[in-house]
Design a protein around this ligand. Structure first.
Ligand code: AMP
Ligand code: MG
Length: 330
């Protein structure tokens, strides 16, 4: 009887109009699932005005992600990225300030990591097709390796132009563009007056403020058990990105071929199975999760411990969880 009462009260509380102040939307973009969630400080909840505002905010987020996808997708022949790949090996190409900025950030992280993060990984990357279980031969990798070299990407800030010094260079922003998209969407929501929001694209999540008086809880997927979480973290006003070898992969003769490529070998990076980076800037957090995945536990943790603005959670090949120094102190 008491139990029924509790259930009844529970249902009543959660049917009060106040619960409707949270708004959520999920959609597909950039080859992944995106999600936005926000709180509106509005007494007119459920009125037509609020509904209109909600739809507008959701449209802002969807349009921004789609705009970035149109510009940066390697699969769209009309994207600015495809244009760069077609022409920058032949001549210097003037590009948008936005793409120029992302190429600059990419170069910075390549230098910081001695090339573990390298957008020219795509010079071989396009020969992998994880759905079709296709991978390049040893010979094809050997042939492509000279074109995997971030120093072959020359940026000219004065003319906002890019030039590849090797004709076979191809670039791909898959390791950084989703974090950048999350960052842009949060900025747009903030500019529209939103104070509590979560934006997620695949493994990249950005948070605006708290979850209205409580922290947000962001999960890190268990790398070998689908629909299970390895950890859940309470976070406020932070970004978190996870790179895992379970996202896009196939297994051949017991070897896992997945989407994060070691630029030195042209093969998948296999030192660890999952890397999450936490910090304020979603763009950097995204790029660093890919970087640390390639670097592995020892070099990766050393790099993160040298960067006070970022923390890491790394799951190694034995499925042991390691955390950076800043997280150990808490
Ligand atoms: P993420 O899921 O953020 O770790 O990004 C993985 C994506 O980054 C891949 O799907 C590729 O598009 C791209 N990528 C793979 N290897 C590298 C690398 N070594 N440096 C930069 N980007 C990479
Ligand atoms: Mg990443």
């Amino acid at each position: 009887m008491l139990k029924n009462c509790v259930v009844f009260i529970f249902i009543c509380i959660f049917s009060l109009p106040v619960a409707a102040k949270w708004f959520k939307n999920s959609f597909k973009v950039m080859g992944t699932q995106a999600h936005v969630e926000f709180w509106l400080d509005d007494n007119k909840t459920n009125t037509a005005d609020t509904q209109q505002q909600v739809q507008q905010l959701i449209a802002i987020v969807q349009n921004e992600m789609r705009r970035i996808d149109e510009a940066m997708s390697p699969y769209k022949a009309s994207s600015e990225l495809s244009l760069i790949n077609a022409q920058a090996g032949i001549k210097a190409l003037q590009i948008s300030p936005e793409l120029f900025h992302l190429l600059q950030v990419s170069q910075k992280i390549s230098k910081l990591s001695n090339g573990a993060f390298d957008i020219t990984y795509a010079s071989i990357g396009y020969q992998y097709d994880y759905r079709k279980k296709q991978r390049p031969s040893k010979n094809a990798i050997k042939k492509a390796l000279p074109a995997i070299d971030y120093s072959a990407v020359k940026l000219d800030a004065k003319h906002s132009s890019v030039r590849f010094t090797h004709k076979n260079v191809k670039i791909d922003l898959g390791g950084i563009a989703k974090g950048y998209a999350v960052k842009r969407c949060l900025a747009l929501l903030k500019a529209a007056g939103v104070k509590h929001a979560l934006v997620n694209a695949g493994g990249d999540t950005g948070l605006l403020g708290d979850r209205h008086g409580r922290p947000w809880y962001v999960g890190i997927k268990h790398p070998r058990a689908e629909n299970k979480m390895a950890v859940e973290l309470p976070l406020i006003n932070e970004a978190i990105s996870t790179s895992g070898d379970y996202e896009r992969y196939f297994i051949e003769d017991g070897v896992r071929y997945h989407h994060i490529i070691n630029p030195q070998t042209g093969d998948s990076a296999r030192k660890v199975v999952s890397v999450s980076i936490i910090g304020k800037d979603p763009t950097y957090v995204d790029a660093l999760s890919t970087t640390i995945f390639v670097e592995g536990l020892v070099a990766g943790m050393k790099l993160i411990d040298s960067l006070p603005e970022f923390e890491a959670i790394i799951i190694d090949n034995q499925q042991t969880l390691h955390v950076s120094k800043g997280l150990q102190q808490q």
